[in-house]
Design a protein. Sequence first.
Length: 240
Amino acid sequence: MTEPDGGVVIVDCGDSAVVARAVSGDAQRDWRLVHALADAFDAVRPDGVHGIVPTYDALLVEFDCADTDHETVRRVLRREADRLGERPERAVAARRFVVPVVYGGDHGPDLPVVAQQLGLTEQEVVELHSGADLTVRCLGAPAGAPMMDGPAFPKPVPRLASPRTHVLPGSVAVAGRQAVICPMPSPGGWPLLGRTPLTVLDLDADPLTPYRPGDTFRFRPITPDEWDDHAGLPLAATHG
């Protein structure tokens, strides 16, 4: 079923999920609407809903079909989308995270290749990567990785031709026009520019990640000698 009102199309997705997609064509407005809708829906979450996953322009709602149904979920999504109207606003304020990073060397083995691909020096790549706050747009795999806007590189960065089977937690990577921090050990095909000594993910924490979509990250270059000054400290929001 499709309901193309208010800039949002709502469709069933299999036997236990519904997707709400923003269709204004304005990427920033669609992202803002999807995440405001996720906040609003979560605040009135119907019984049986166990997953609310906002991305760049779509929101996936997963539910137990023994406890609720598509019609109920669609109705609540439509009501909240209509209530948000033309100027959707997030219910939570954005926070800022400053992340120390050792660039290059063993921590960032792909920095020379990325510099060559972009026609820049390694220092210029570092300066662009660390030169502006990057907005978290959604949480991805693995384990809620912060998927961010990419730095202002002159062109997209290609993925690796052969993905790595093991990427260390805290690795700072880029691909296309996106940036990410790997929160836990995993395979990965994104070029690695560096690594932060901070602990990004605490599996015992609630919520699981200290950041959420809409927050910003600012990467701060440090030297290898400064690694131990930050090693093991938790990633935390700052006003600095």
